[in-house]
Structure formats: C-alpha cells, structure tokens
Design a protein around this ligand. Sequence first.
Ligand code: PEP
Ligand code: MG
Length: 759
Amino acid sequence: MKKRNVDLVCDIAELISLADAGRDRRELLRKVVTSVAGHMQADVCSIYIYDEEEQQLTLRATQGLDQSAIGQVTLRLGEGITGRAIRELRPICVGSASTSASYKFFPGIHEEDYEAFLAVPILRGLRRIGALVVQAREANYFTSNDVKALRAIAAQLATMIENVQLLSEAREEAASAATAAAPKKTITDGIIRGRSASTGTARGQAYTLDSVSADSCALPDPNAEPHTAEDFERAVEKTAEQIEQLQRQTSEELADVAVLIFSAHLLILEDQQFTGRIANLIRTGTEGVKAIATVVHEYVEIFSKSKMPLIREKVLDVKDLGNRLTRNLLNEEASECDYRGQIIIAHELLPSDILKLSAENVEGFIVSSGVTSHNAIISRSLGIPMVAVSREQADGIPDGEEMLMDAEQGIIYLRPSREVHAKYEELDSAWKMLHNAADMKKKTRTRCGARVGIHANINLLSDLKLAREFKAEGVGLYRSEFPFIVRNDFPTEEEQYVIYKKLVDEMKGKPVTFRTLDIGGDKMLSYYSNVNEANPFLGMRAIRFSLRNKDIFSQQLRAFLRAGADADTRIMFPLISSVDDFCAARDIVHECMNGLDAEGVEYNPETKLGAMMELPSAVEVVDELAAEADFLSIGSNDLIQYMLAVDRTNEMVSNLYLAHHPAILRAIHRIVTAGLTHGKDVSICGDLSADSRMLPFLLGIGLRKFSIDIVNAPTVQRLVNSVDLKEAEEIAGIMLDFGRVSEVEAFLLDRNLAPDVEA
Ligand code: PEP
Ligand code: MG
C-alpha cells in the first residue's frame, strides 16, 4: 500500500485538537504512534519524551516494539540514532541501522528486526521536547518525503506535549522511584550509562583497582597451610621477575613513553620498609594475604596524603604491586597476574597508569573522576575502551561481575545475556568492515579527479603501525606531549631526539609535522605544578608555556630540527594568538638553527614553520599570519571551543559545541582563503576533519589536506571519492551565506535526505 503522508498530517492535527479539548495524553500519544505507523506503512513508530534535567529521553509510546519497553528504555543525549537526532537537533535517516556506527542495541525489545530508521526531534524553537521515530524491516525504506512529513508532525506535536502534564508526570515518576529506592538507584536492569572516552567493545570481569585493603582481599582457604615468610620471599622474587619482564616488553613496544615506567614498582619492592615489614608481620603470626594488604594500605594512606603530586601518583603502583604479591603468594597462575579478561574500575587514572595497565593486558577502563583529554587520547591510541561513570555507579559494580562495555555509547551491561553478546559480535564485525585498511587506495581523489591528502594524527609511536596500514600520506599532527606526561621530569634533548627520529624514520620519507609541547588546560605535568590557575584553559597553555620556558622549548626544537635532517619535516606551534607569538617562536627556532650550525650538528634547515589556528584572535589576523608563516593548520577542536566559549569536555554545554555554527564556517573559510591568497599550505587536524557532514563544505572552500585519526581513513576516502568539487563549491557558497545555526541545520538536513546517509 502507498504511504499517505498528507492524510497523516491532517489526522495528527485532528488528534491534537482532541488534546486541546483535554483528553488523556498517554492515550493520545498511543493514538499518534498508531496513526503514524499506519499512514507511513512503518513497522514501528515510537515517541520519546526528553527530560531536560536528566538530559535523558524516555520511551513513552510505541506501536511495534514490545509494550513493556514503555517507560523503561531510556537514552542519553547523543546516545543511539535517536539520541543523536535530539542532541544535534536534526532528523537522522538511516537506511541500514545494523551497520550504523550510532546504532544502539537494546536487549529484549526486538528493535534489531528493523533496518530502516528515521528519527526526528520534536522541538519548540531550540528547546528539546522529544523525538518521533519510525522503523521498518526493509532497508532504505524511508524517503525524503517521509522525512518532511515526520518533521511536520513533530512540529505539531511539540506544542501539545509541551503544554501539558507529560513532562511533569515523567518527573513525578522519576521522583517517586528515587525516594522508593534510597540511596539513589544508579544501575537499572543491569545497565549503567556513562560517557564514552575511548570507543570500542570490551568484555570481561569487573576488577576494582582501588579496593586493595585488608578487608577487601579474599583470604585463602582457612584449612590450607598458612604462608611463611619464605613463601612471601618467593612471591617477591617472582613479582620482581614479572615486572622486569614487563618493563623489557613495554620498552620495546612503547619506546617513546615506556622508559622505566615500572621503576617505581621495582623501587618499592626493594624497599625493606615495605617488603621487610610484610615479612615481619607474617613471622609474628599475621596471615600472608592480610599482611600484604595491611602494609599496602598503610603506604596508600601515606602516599595519597602527600603534598607532592609525584608521590600521590604512586598510589596505584603500590596497589598494583599488592595485587601481584597476593596472587603470587597464593600461587595463582602467572597469566592471572595481569589484567587479561578484566575491566578495571578506578576512581582516577593517569596516562602512565593507562600505559602500565595496557602492558598488563587490561580489556577496558571504567573511571569515576572525569576524563582528561590526554587520558582519552592515550586510551584511544592504545585501543582500550574507556567509559566515565559517576562514583556512585562505579561503587555499585561488584568485583568479579561479568560485563560487556559498549564504550562507543558509554553503556555497561552487567551480566550480559547471550543475546547481547551475539548482537555486539555483529556490531563489531560491521565496524571492522567499515574500517578495513585493505579498502584504502594509496591516493585519494574527488569524483572529478582532484587530489586530496589524508594524513595521520599520531599520539604514540605505536600509532605509526596503523598509519602505514591505512596508507597515510604523512603525519599531519604529532602530539608531542606524551613522552613529557609519563616521565618524572622533562625528557632531555637526546631522549626526545631518539623518539622523533624514530617517527621520521618509520614514515620513510613521507612528510611529518611536529607540534611543539601542548600542555596546560587539563593536560598537566605532575612534575611542573608551580602554577595553580583558576582558569587553566585560559592560562599557561601550549605556546605560552614554551615561550615562558625557553630552555625547555629550545631543547624540543633542537630535537625536532635534528630528527628532521634529510627528511621532509615541519614544526607547528599550538594556540598561537597573534603574529607576535608566531614571530617570537620562529625567532627561537632560528636561534636553535644558529646554535646547531655553530656546533656542526646536522639538522633540517628547510624545516617549515606553521601556526595552529585555534583562537579567534588568530583568525582576526590570519592574513598577516599567513604572510609570515610557511603553513597554517586548523586545530578545529580548540577553534570551536574558544570561538563559541564552550568547554569541549563539559557535557552540560555539549549541545552548544557546534562545528556547523556560521561563525565557525566563516572563520575556517577566512583561514583557508588567507592561506591560498598567500600561496601557503593549509590543513585541518581537529576532529572536524573526519566529520562526514562537513566534508563537502571543507572541500568546497578549498581545503585539500586532512589530518585524522587514521582508522577513519576508509570512511573519509569513500566520502571524498563521492564529492564533485563544483557541487562542493556551490554548497560552501550557500552555507557561508547563512547567519543562523538553524539555517545551516535545515540546509544540511535537506542535502542529506537520501536514505542510508546519516544526516
Ligand atoms: C585541536 O585543537 O583541534 C587539536 C588538534 O589539538 P588537540 O590536541 O588540542 O586536540
Ligand atoms: Mg588544540
């Protein structure tokens, strides 16, 4: 039967007039979903209502899904296709939901039977009211007309829903549920909702790293022979061997960041106050496991109270050591001494902890103290899924609990069913298909044949393997801060040189762009904490730190220059705010070159120098900057953050972090135009560079170089292949004329009406 969209809009108007006459709203929503499903010949129609306070959507009516899901299925802003539609305030039409990166699987409601998915936000102005969703078994079922019809209905529904008690009813329900279950229920139906920090799926048992204490350690069988001090000595020896082995292995695999990473473990192990005291406790009758836990606990107390961040950072090392000693004392198999098959729950983690635990084969991380951008970046580079949850949620997960963690959506399933496991196996294979390095062609061209460069963002040297596999044409951004962050002191010029040289060598003649140290903000060095800033993001960050600390800056520049000898290397400065900043940094590079000349040391005298475009002030003087610099690189993550004054890590304002804001479009256009006018190379290296919706615009304004998280390369290449530059230029021209966010959104929406494209 043919879809009858016009009739549908009329019928809904009639229903809404009934609502105004004071009918029961639930009944009304039920009628709306039935009517929409019938008219559109959709297998499913559902309405979700948004709760502003909880920032959460709840299923309130459905035709086609299991009725028991009403009131039970909830989605956070950005979660799943529906959550994305409501976060981004635009319809999303997906032809084949099971292969969509945003698809969110709910066990038990049989949503997986439906391929075509169309979610339209219900809005009052920019206020989120809810979402209207239709689904169909047949892939690519919904057309551009369906999108238009559903938008018209959503517009009508908005007034009705907003007017009345549905929202307050939802709140009342939530409030009574909360009082009934004190303390606040944080885990509903075995599902925890957190925030994604590093994507991927992890499976394993919960292991709370913070839990090493005399009370929480499992005590051995009381009938077994008690452990002797000699047994403990053997456990110490075994532990030392394991750690030395780990140190050797990580030094090979993560040469840039793993130097002596386990040194604190070894030092503590040799400390007689530590191991000697445990042995003494055992000699005087304390059970071995209890003795270890007691001393570990004492050390944790002392370390965590230290005023020195460097000492406080050792807390996790002592706990980790306690775990190893206990397992070795209990003679558990060597393989069980690492974190294979386990998802670690910790209040706080440092980048160095993440490295260590990764070397010990951890499957995933759940953290409860917020995630710094460096922790997120390093976990992503190491391929370890990470989800941030609240302290309450973390405390609610029992140790040993079987879990499946969907770090893409930030969802943790406790004791997942076979059905959940099977679904995630399918989703993982779909993800792999979309990110298959074998699909990459060496060169990327638009449909009309223009060359576009796809380069890699590199955080750790271990990322280079993927960069080669995905045929990166060069390194467009090397974030140089990790070797600084994981050490106890600034790395020497020589230490840095070894790392940078390896990077250049492994790229085998391809261009490499080094970024100078970008610390500050939420990326702090524990050994450099003589500043306590009220507004660190507006403080001693990036190039400001380098210009203030000339010795440290010069050592890094000399190491970059030397590593670039006989290679195609460039250096760029982060957070440039003025031409003066750039010239001051450039002067120091020239001083370093003069110094190297005088010493007769080889370096790359052709090293090009660039400014990162991340601040509104830099955009205002971009012409002058383009005249001075050899190249410009758009750091879109910071550019958006600073232009819109939206903290990119603050979920409360995440809906305001809009890459498509007209101010951002115009700023990027100005940067590219200035670069082209002055004959200077311009590239983009923030997350926007892999944003499929914005790619035609970026190509249309003349950008030809993209530096991305290289696993996204197949998707970006496919998209570039489909773009015709003439069309892209027209699109860019239209988008640059818009003065309102809503106009850009409506335009992007209209362009993306074709099913199978996530608008
Ligand atoms: C950016 O800001 O876009 C960028 C690439 O730098 P960061 O390392 O701060 O993400
Ligand atoms: Mg930046």
